[in-house]
Write a protein that binds this ligand. Structure first.
Ligand SMILES: [Zn+2]
Length: 404
């Protein structure tokens, strides 16, 4: 339970100036985030709860496919980044000068840490059965321009998963397992209808990489969707003047703006070669380990959901990621009745924010809408005269009286 009378992060009367887009303005106005500088944000209590709920959905689906959660450091060794050639190659790599003339990387991705880590634990083909690890970690990118609020940061929160395989066939099989988990994650986040599995430019190892792109009018990517088979293509892999679907060959398409919420890559042996990560196969021969990596931008997903579901009154959170499920407005001297209702609701698995501030009903109802809490409860002389409380859904106008 959260009691607003003793909560520091109050809302603002109007959207603050200088927001890049309306959802960022609403997140600021509702007190979910504060900007430290361009591309770096504070998540206050309500914002952090949304972020943790998104993380939990991702965690449940990755645990369900047998991946192990770990936590790697933000600081990376320069020697490891030199070893893979990425110290000079990655233009957004933050390089941090340190004592005694040393330098560190602030990791934008963790292949340079996870590959040497797993070298200690992978010796034989038996160690490669369903071998994958994941983490939620703050990532850093030295972006020339950081805009769009939490959609594009210099510092942001990502889930990254790394998988280790005996050969390409086993990587391909596991790739589809993770793809299935991602489909379930975006379904639970309420984004499945608008998120496309998109072919994007590959790399040294495979022809394509695969992105999960969510349709969003303020998105930074352009995606071409085949009208015949529905396959999505990042503009970087097509000739815009002569679109031809890579899946079915059709030229009919539509162009849409999207935001990239996830990506999955087949890394091959690039990193295992660099760190000599090998395993012994059934015949005793030493072979390089084949790797895959799989990201989801957790803080970006929060920004995408805020932008996608907001309405004219404020934010609208899906119930499974909302900071609290119920916003309880207390009118008059009824805090005791409110607190006993909170205990009842919490016993039913609901989470409650109690607005017991000494402000008028209009301000309280306005904040309930602005914060996007799925259910609003009013407890007052009027409802208690009917032995109950008023319950209204965030997106409905009708309310009903529920017995206490
Ligand atoms: Zn097609």
């Amino acid at each position: 339970m959260l009691q607003l009378s003793r909560y520091p992060f109050h809302t603002l009367k109007t959207v603050p100036n200088g927001s890049d887009n309306r959802s960022t303005g609403l997140l600021l106005q509702a007190g979910f985030i504060r900007q430290e500088m361009a591309g770096a944000y504070v998540f206050t209590h309500l914002g952090l709860r949304v972020l943790k709920h998104i993380e939990q959905i991702i965690r449940e689906e990755l645990d369900a496919i047998g991946s192990s959660e770990i936590l790697m450091p933000s600081l990376g060794k320069k020697e490891s980044w030199l070893k893979t050639g990425r110290w000079d190659e990655v233009d957004v790599l933050f390089k941090l000068p340190a004592s005694e003339g040393k330098e560190y990387a602030l990791n934008p991705t963790h292949e340079e840490i996870v590959t040497p880590l797993m070298k200690e634990f992978i010796q034989s083909y038996k160690d490669l059965r369903n071998c994958s690890v994941y983490q939620f970690q703050t990532k850093f990118r030295n972006e020339a321009r950081a805009k769009s609020g939490i959609l594009r940061g210099r510092e942001f929160i990502m889930k990254d998963l790394y998988s280790f395989h005996a050969n390409t066939e086993e990587l391909d099989t596991y790739f589809e397992v993770v793809h299935g988990a991602y489909d379930r994650i975006f379904e639970r986040l309420g984004l499945s209808g608008s998120t496309f599995y998109t072919f994007a430019s590959g790399g040294a190892f495979s022809k394509y990489s695969y992105e999960f792109q969510t349709e969003l009018s303020i998105g930074e990517d352009n995606v071409y969707i085949c009208s015949k088979c529905g396959q999505a293509h990042n503009e970087e892999i097509i000739d815009p003047a002569h679109f031809v679907c890579v899946e079915c060959g059709s030229t009919e398409h539509r162009l849409t703006k999207t935001s990239e919420v996830g990506n999955i890559f087949k890394l091959g042996t690039r990193f295992s070669d660099a760190f000599e990560l090998r395993y012994q196969d059934e015949t005793g021969a030493m072979k390089p380990v084949t790797m895959g990596c799989y990201g989801i931008g957790v803080s970006r997903v929060m920004g995408v959901i805020a932008e996608k579901f907001m309405d004219e009154k404020g934010l609208v959170w899906p119930e499974n990621i909302a900071p609290y499920s119920h916003y309880l407005i207390v009118i008059g001297e009824h805090l005791d009745e409110a607190l006993s209702l909170v205990r009842k609701l919490e016993a039913e698995g609901k989470s409650v924010l109690v607005d017991d501030r000494t402000v008028g009903f209009g301000s309280k109802a306005g904040d309930a809408d602005l914060m996007g809490i799925p259910y609003r409860i009013v407890l007052s002389d009027k409802t208690l005269a009917q032995w109950g409380y008023e319950l209204k859904e965030r997106t409905e106008d009708e309310s009903q009286i529920i017995s206490l």
